[in-house]
Design a binder for this molecule. Structure first.
Ligand code: TXA
Ligand code: MG
Length: 322
């Protein structure tokens, strides 16, 4: 099992010698290593069992440091970074050659993100390289939102998990690229489209599937629990599957199902709270007896769009398509 602690010096020491360390961010925990060192980055792919065609996000302490890693920052990218960094926004920018090919899967852009977490900020400021960090889960599984989630799945493969408690946002960053300097959203996430449009004007949304090379990691089947997950009207799903189910509800539990088999994302109906609880809920229900998880959509506005996106991707497991 990994050590879970707050010793930034220890995390720094491990990272400087080329080891991997799990780090907290406001979105989900990341599996971090020196982004400039190809050998370290190779370890990230092998620990996660991630295919090499799926590029990694590079984490930086601030906007100032980005010039070292990219050749150009479009005006709207700068505006977005100034408005939302540190925060749940990843920008795809043209990379300099110091960023190894393996980080970007050979693409000419690199995903750059400045996370909002005090401990991780201190760590990033204490080292002289950026951190490549995908979510700290085995490829295709639900992302971790606390250090214990990481320990359960990767504890036998890494030595140290930096403890930042529960993630505040709970869903991965929104990924924004640029076509002719105008913004395109490739992954819905913790920063809402409404917020982005307020700062950068109308954006194009291209939610990619496995066949779109621009965001190769956006496979339809992703973020998935091991159990079969079905998304739709809870009462209809219940009438089909009866008492074999556990439930992810937005605000209200179902009367027909034992409460211990239900997770209510936000009893007050707050989408931010629902996002924060989503991945923990899926993990917990994955461990219970009922073989099927049923879930309902949340209102499709703000961060609710990202929640629905994750639910549908999680439901798209092999052999589980509806
Ligand atoms: O919130 C987050 O973004 C978390 C935390 C740890 O920062 N990280 C995260 O990383 O979600 P990961 O590797 O699980 O997802 C990164 C996604 C992948 O789907 C990948 O394909 C896409 O970002 N990506 C990274 N670089 C890219 C690039 N240059 N072009 C297109 N897509 C890129
Ligand atoms: Mg991931």
């Amino acid at each position: 099992m990994s050590i879970i602690g707050k010793d930034i010096q220890e995390a720094k020491r491990l990272l400087e010698r080329g080891d991997l360390v799990a780090i907290p961010t406001e979105t989900v925990y990341g599996l971090a290593g020196n982004a400039l060192d190809g050998n370290t980055v190779t370890k990230i792919f092998s620990v996660k069992e991630r295919p090499f065609f799926d590029p990694l996000i590079v984490h930086v302490p601030d906007l100032k440091s980005v010039d070292k890693w990219v050749t150009h920052i479009p005006a709207k990218a700068k505006k977005l970074a100034e408005a939302f960094w540190p925060g749940p926004l990843t920008l795809l920018l043209p990379r300099k050659s110091v960023i190894p090919d393996i980080v970007t899967a050979g693409l000419e852009t690199v995903g750059i993100r400045c996370p909002k977490n005090e401990v991780t900020q201190q760590l990033l400021r204490s080292i002289d390289f950026p951190l490549a960090a995908p979510s700290a889960n085995p490829f295709g599984y639900v992302s971790p939102t606390n250090p214990h989630h990481v320990n359960e799945q990767l504890g036998n493969k890494i030595n140290y998990i930096v403890d930042g408690g529960e993630c505040q946002v709970g869903i991965e960053s929104t990924i924004v690229g640029f076509e002719n300097d105008s913004p395109v959203v490739f992954r819905l996430g913790g920063l809402s489209i409404e917020d982005i449009e307020r700062v950068a004007g109308k954006v194009d949304i291209q939610l990619n599937s496995s066949s779109n090379p621009k965001a190769p990691g956006q496979l339809r089947s992703h973020y998935a629990p091991r159990k079969k997950l079905l998304v739709g009207s809870l009462t209809e799903l219940l009438s089909h599957y009866g008492n074999q189910v556990s439930v992810v509800a937005y605000k209200n539990p179902l009367r027909e199902v034992e409460l211990s088999n239900q997770r209510i994302l936000s009893p007050k109906g707050k989408l931010e709270e629902a996002a924060q609880n989503l991945f923990s809920a899926l993990r917990e229900l994955d461990k219970l007896a009922p073989p099927i998880i049923i879930a309902e959509e949340v209102p499709n506005v703000g961060i609710g769009r990202a929640i629905n996106d994750r639910l549908y991707r999680a439901a798209a497991q092999e052999g589980n398509r509806q």
